[in-house]
Structures are given as structure tokens and as C-alpha cells.
Design a protein around this ligand. Structure first.
Ligand SMILES: O=C(O)CCC(=O)C(=O)O
Length: 333
């Protein structure tokens, strides 16, 4: 496990700068979240997990279907698609503690806490392999995902408080401008409208690319977020973003984790991972326990999970949707 000091010299000022940039631009890049041996360990287990998932993906693709026969990846809420596939998260996390640490990493946690809130936890965890495409394919279809924003329904949060969600993409391969690079429009999290995905190339389920007249790079104000392996792109999910074509020579590997407040429900795949990691004794720090959804670090759990519900209506925290005035404090009966 990494042992970064809780507050390294200058850490507070750096965090303030990052939060200011995030509010202004809608994203920040944190370099070298994973480095050295820690990065190598995560890359090694990612390679093993992707080799296993790839068999299903290729078999499905050969049959013209994107879903494995036993339905596992589909049923677990992950995806197989034409140009990329996702790995079932536990298949990575169970292999090496460094992968668990990546989700609750001390280089990410202060920022997540300062943006999403002190009760931040992980929602979706997607481990994605994006294949290279030919120049002709890139020309015709663009990158694997079109210009979009993930969420647009957090109006109240836009001006009044932290964003409901921060998404973090940790890259496990170097990503240059032609390697399936994520791109965004700085400040677009504050726009009232969405990007016009009918105009710009880039894949979106079932969309006809032939009618799209503009290249993804024609989007005004766009910047390409090139990154070294181990670095992370963290963004407000209202931010307009896309993925540019991967015309490089190798797969792009990344881990996309959506972070949310503790009161939100986690998807089944994350709960499955949390249960297995808890049984293996790996949720062994307050940060990990919170981020995997077991209990908030503040001690008292103001937002009990269904399994912890006493059956008493006065004990209900989830359905009333109430937040205590101060995290960790009980809500009055
Ligand atoms: O893979 C990427 O570069 C971006 C992924 C994305 O668009 C998303 O998670 O919403």
C-alpha cells in the first residue's frame, strides 16, 4: 500500500489550485498518480485480466454479437462493443492490492473529497481496452465515443455546491494525440446546452456517421488531454468530452471510475467487488472502506444501506433522501 504523508508540504495550496481549475475548466489532470513499481503491478494484472476478457469479446465479435455467451460481462453491467471492451472489475481488483489502492489512492482522495464531498465513494468502475483503428476507419467513424456530457441534471449543484459526480480516468498506457486521447471543451460544464453529436464524427450507439460532416477536432475550444501511463484526467461529468481516434499501434488501457456521494446507490459490479474485497481483508483503511461503500470515514453512518436497515421507519435514511447538517451526525428522529 502507498504511504503518502497525509499532508505533504505544499499539498493544501496545490489542492486549492486544483479545485479552482476544476471549477473554472471542469477538469484537472493529476500526473503520476501511479508510478514505478505500483504502476507496473497494476499494468501486469490489467494485462492478465484483459487477456481473459478478450477471449469472450473476440468470440462475441466473430458471431456478430457484443456479449459473451454466459452473459457475465453484460449481466454485470459492463460492456463489449465493436471497438472496445470492458473487464469485470473484480477480475482486476482481486489480483493485486495495488489495483485496490488505485481506486482509493492518496493522490486522488483529497481532490475527490474536496469536490464530490467528504463522503465520496466509488460508483461505476470500468476497465476499458480500446483497440487501434485504421486511418480509413478513423476518417469514416471518428473515435469510439462522440462528443457528449455524461450528466446534465445537476442544476442545483452547478452554482450552489460540489458537482454530484467526478469521473476519473487513470491511463495505464501512454496516450498521445493519436492514441485514443480523451478531449474536452474547457468550461463547457457551465454551458446550458449539450454538444451537437449529429454534426461531429465519433461513435454513439447506432448513429449514422456518414451524415456527420465535421471532424471531432473541429469542435471549437477543444483540447486533447494527452497523458502518460499512470496519470489521471478528472472531470465534472457535465463537461463536454469525447475520445479521439486511436490510430496508434497499440491498445489504450484505462480505468474509469465515477465517484459520487455516499448516499447514492452503487451499481452491482462495485458492490460485488466490495463484498469480495472485504471478505479478503483488503478494505483495511478508512478511505478504502468509504470509497468501496462500506461506511463513511466520519464514523456514524447517516445513510444506512438496505442491509443495515432496522425495519423501523425512523431508521430510514435512504428513502427520505436527507443529509445530516454535518457529516457523521445522526439525523434527528
Ligand atoms: O474513454 C474515454 O476517453 C472517455 C470515456 C467517456 O466518454 C465517458 O466515460 O463518458
Amino acid at each position: 500500500m502507498s504511504t503518502l504523508p497525509e499532508t505533504a508540504p505544499g499539498a493544501e495550496a496545490l489542492l486549492d489550485d486544483q479545485v479552482d481549475a476544476y471549477k473554472r475548466d471542469g477538469f484537472v489532470i493529476i500526473e503520476d498518480v501511479l508510478q514505478g513499481d505500483e504502476l507496473a503491478r497494476v499494468q501486469t494484472v490489467f494485462d492478465k485480466a484483459q487477456a481473459r476478457a478478450r477471449v469472450d469479446w473476440e468470440a462475441g465479435r466473430a458471431r456478430g454479437k457484443g456479449v459473451s455467451e454466459n452473459g457475465e460481462y453484460y449481466a454485470s453491467g459492463t460492456w463489449h462493443a465493436r471497438k472496445y471492451f470492458d473487464i469485470y472489475p473484480l477480475h482486476l481488483l482481486e489480483q493485486d492490492d495495488a489495483a485496490v489502492e488505485m481506486i482509493a489512492h492518496p493522490r486522488l482522495f483529497p481532490f475527490l473529497s474536496a469536490t464530490v464531498g467528504a463522503d465520496v465513494q466509488a460508483a461505476t468502475i470500468q476497465l476499458r481496452v480500446l483497440e487501434p483503428q485504421t486511418a480509413a476507419d478513423a476518417q469514416e467513424e471518428g473515435g469510439y465515443v462522440n462528443w457528449h456530457r455524461d450528466h446534465s441534471n445537476d442544476e442545483a449543484w452547478r452554482y450552489l455546491g460540489p458537482p454530484l459526480n467526478t469521473k476519473v480516468i487513470v491511463y495505464l498506457t501512454d496516450v498521445g494525440p493519436d492514441d485514443g486521447c480523451t478531449a474536452c471543451v474547457p468550461g463547457s460544464h457551465r454551458f446550458d446546452h449539450r454538444p451537437d453529436h449529429t454534426l461531429y464524427k465519433g461513435m454513439g450507439g447506432g448513429e449514422n456517421q456518414a451524415t456527420k460532416v465535421k471532424d471531432q477536432r473541429d469542435m471549437p475550444g477543444m483540447v486533447a488531454a494527452t497523458a502518460k501511463a499512470g496519470s489521471a484526467f478528472l472531470f465534472n461529468t457535465r463537461l463536454w468530452h469525447t475520445t479521439l481516434p486511436n490510430t496508434g499501434t497499440r491498445d489504450r488501457w484505462c480505468v474509469l471510475t465515477l465517484y459520487c456521494p455516499f448516499y447514492q446507490k452503487q451499481p452491482g459490479v462495485t458492490v460485488e467487488a466490495a463484498v469480495a474485497l472485504e471478505a479478503a481483508g483488503q478494505l483495511n483503511t478508512p478511505q478504502r472502506r468509504q470509497l468501496f461503500g462500506l461506511e463513511p470515514m466520519t464514523g456514524v453512518n447517516g445513510f444506512k444501506r438496505l442491509a443495515q436497515h432496522s425495519g423501523n421507519d425512523g431508521d430510514d435514511r435512504i428513502f427520505k433522501g436527507v443529509r445530516p447538517p454535518k457529516l457523521g451526525e445522526r439525523i434527528g428522529r
